[in-house]
Design a protein around this ligand. Structure first.
Ligand SMILES: [Zn+2]
Length: 497
């Protein structure tokens, strides 16, 4: 990415992340906040903005906000206040959104990210609560639609907005921030982190400035990025666009741009001239929220283990390399999968040390499981047909020599598709490893006899010829020969020839 940028410019990125909180009810009324219900089936006079109604703050949403604030080492303010943010849009029937402005729930936190093996600490400016707006659906495309429909189910769903400081220096760092941020929210259980369903949404502010300058350049806001990959792509595009413009002596216009993932570019949505004047003022229907020290302490005491702590524990408790620990703890469901599989393998194969069991499951998760499932798809990992105990069952068969590692990869695929036990597949398909010395010796003799050319090469000192023999032996046994035994027996035979 950095190669795309003119070396004379420094990239400055800040991210605003909106997370839908996993509360049962909405932010200011008792309506259900579940996703996917029939349009407008989860609404009431409060979230439809009828006149004369009064909002009531959802205690659980505040608790989730405090939990998150503490996880990011933010200062939780003893008092905060809700404000009205005014603008007119059909998905918001009150013509204002209840949000927080000058007195947010929490401020001044940090998040540690890692990019290419280097750690960096990114500041978090503020964290506040607000209500979500409804959803407009256009028939066809936005430009040609004949009709627009509105669904107020999302209207009033609790949102937590977290604004980073402009500390990010590349699109890669921005994507890493978002991943690390999402992982913390999912570990806390306050958000499901599903970007496709809009539970986690991200806007970015990006500007360029001459390297070494203290003053920030003119920033552009980018909206509409709904995956980690799109955040990175959109920012890469925008950084290059701004670098080109600045390089050509143009001025950057302060504006909001939309990311078009299909076409791969950002386009202008509105410029500063049309920027909204939100006319914030304190929400008169809600008293300031006082948050007691005791409540904050109680929430702090109940915080779960967070990704960074879990990563360190994986290194100390299981003796895993830091790289493995980082991969396995990037998502909560994945970390749990690894711990359960390791425990099951340790029970099934007691001769293994904990660290051997942990490394074995780690290898299989990193090479096989993550090859077929995305690490951050919590639901898919939890519902995988190859459960942690089934994976352990497979690894036990490798460990006790029943099947070879190569055969095990095929068995893994079958288990992933069918959810069968490894034992059942191996028995049915006759995959048990050939570890009978006399049977293998006969195969080896035959293979040597049938490959005089390879034998000639071997005699001339070409050690690669040995590999050719191993390949032939494996082929002759349909991959079922015990590799260690093949190597030993072949070595013995060849040394005698
Ligand atoms: Zn409602």
């Amino acid at each position: 990415m950095s190669t795309m940028t003119k070396p004379s410019y420094e990239v400055v990125i800040g991210l605003e992340v909106h997370a839908q909180l996993l509360t049962r009810s909405k932010m200011f009324c008792g309506c259900a906040a579940t996703f996917g219900a029939a349009p407008n089936s989860q609404t009431c006079p409060v979230c439809q903005g009828m006149p004369g109604v009064l909002p009531v703050v959802n205690r659980r949403a505040v608790e989730f906000g405090i939990k998150t604030a503490l996880a990011f080492d933010c200062r939780v303010n003893p008092a905060c206040r809700f404000a009205r943010k005014h603008y007119y849009y059909p998905d918001m029937p009150k013509n204002y959104q209840i949000s927080q402005y000058e007195e947010p729930l929490a401020e001044d936190g940090l998040l540690e990210i890692e990019v290419d093996g280097t750690s960096r600490t990114i500041g978090i400016q503020r964290l506040h609560l607000e209500e979500d707006v409804g959803k407009l659906l256009h028939e066809g495309t936005l430009e040609t639609a004949q009709a627009s429909l509105v669904d107020y189910n999302r209207s009033g769903v609790p949102l937590m907005e977290t604004v980073s400081k402009p500390d990010l220096r590349s699109p890669g760092e921005a994507a890493a921030y978002l991943r690390a941020f999402r992982a913390v929210l999912v570990y806390l259980g306050v958000c499901d982190g599903n970007m496709e369903e809009g539970s986690l949404r991200c806007d970015a502010n990006v500007s360029l400035r001459p390297r070494g300058a203290a003053e920030l350049g003119t920033k552009v806001e980018i909206k509409n990025m709904n995956s980690f990959r799109n955040v990175q792509r959109a920012l890469e595009f925008e950084v290059e666009r701004q670098a080109k413009a600045l390089g050509a002596g143009e001025r950057i216009v302060q504006e909001t741009r939309l990311w078009d993932a299909e076409r791969g570019y950002t386009r202008s949505m509105r410029s500063k001239e049309f920027a909204h004047d939100y006319r914030y003022f304190p929400e008169p229907d809600l008293v300031p929220l006082e948050i007691s020290r005791a409540w904050v302490d109680a929430i702090r005491a109940g915080l779960p283990e967070l990704p960074r702590a879990r990563r360190q524990r994986f290194v100390t408790q299981y003796g895993l390399p830091p790289y493995d620990a980082g991969v396995l703890t990037q998502a909560r469901a994945l970390a749990e999968y690894h711990e359960q599989a390791t425990a099951a393998l340790k029970r099934a194969a007691p001769s293994l040390t904990l660290s051997q069991a942990a490394k074995s499951t780690s290898n299989w998760i990193m090479s096989e499981l993550l090859h077929v499932l995305p690490a951050d798809d919590e639901a898919a990992i939890r519902e995988a047909k190859i459960t942690p105990s089934r994976l352990a069952g497979l690894l036990k068969l490798i460990e006790n020599g029943t099947i070879s590692g190569k055969i095990a990869k095929d068995v893994f695929q079958k288990m992933f598709a069918s959810g069968e036990d490894a034992q059942a597949i191996v028995a049915r398909e006759g995959l048990v490893q050939v570890a009978d010395e006399s049977a293998l010796a006969a195969v080896i003799d035959q293979v040597i006899a049938e490959n005089p050319k390879a034998l000639e090469d071997y005699r001339k000192g070409k050690t690669a010829a040995k590999g050719a023999f191993v390949g032939q032996i494996m082929k002759a046994t349909q991959g079922k020969a015990n590799p260690a035994m093949v190597n030993r027996l072949l070595e013995e035979k060849l040394s005698k020839i």
